[in-house]
Design a protein around this ligand. Sequence first.
Ligand code: DGY
Length: 321
Amino acid sequence: MAKSVLITEPIIPSVIEKLEKRYQVDVGEPGTYNDEQILADDIPAYDALLPMLSNPVTEKVIAAGSNLEIIANHAVGYNNIDLEAAQKHNVAVANTPDVLTDSCAEFTLGLMLAVSRRLFEAQKYLLEGKFNNWEPLGFLGKELNDSTLGVIGMGRIGTGVARRAKALGMDIIYHNRSKVDPDLEQELDAQYCSTVQELVKQSDIVTLHCPLTDETHHLINEEILSLMPEDTILINTSRGAVVDEEALAHALHNGSIGGAGLDVFENEPELHPKLKTAPNCIRTPHIASASFQTRKAIGMLAADAIIGILEGKPTSEIPNL
Ligand code: DGY
């Protein structure tokens, strides 16, 4: 009997077709498998799971997956998967590194430019019929050129952002678990900050690219926000819970920081009510990797890991496990 794969949401069709050539494939309705119980109820029928970052692949789900051989997340981040439980139940876990670096880095730059030059605010003003006269003092923003970018998390995406920012004339400082390779530091002319405190005091823009772990949960909290100069812009395309949203909303409403560009939220798809009304804040629905090329590459990488495991390839030959 053909092995079976559950893809929890519709993804790029050529990826589904690739898996359908080999396996029995079911594709869930959008949002259905955000519910842990529904996922746990359905999982026993499958040998492989291709979940979204919004699906809670918990111990309960993994334990229920009596035939489950692999979970191939449709994302680079995997904080939605209980890795310990996967290990305990001998289920392989794959993610999708590398393929979304450019898309996420470009998108981050887009947020940086949009917030610092007040693009959405300006468009709103125009569409509301308020543009009656060219004003020399209208919509003054900050240039990226000659300003300092503080990167928290200098992995693939952080590095991609830093490279692009440097090309725009920004100075780069960064905080990471450890210093990056000296060649990369030299290429970016980047200065290492050993603490987040030190980094935020010197940054015009702070951009977050660390994974969500126990250590980074609410890393950007009231104390850290209070150290930011009052025109600092915070950009988050990593995971919502890296930021204490209550504290951020407070800082934006008070004007104690300059603005924010947020693609991710702690309780997605819910938006913190105070962030909804926060000034100088651009909010987007977790779309940093949403380009056609990247979403296809993400799907293909996840599908290849599934094929590798279900065909019994040695795990050392599956690079994204
Ligand atoms: C990921 O892959 O982790 C991203 O957040 C998706 O955009």
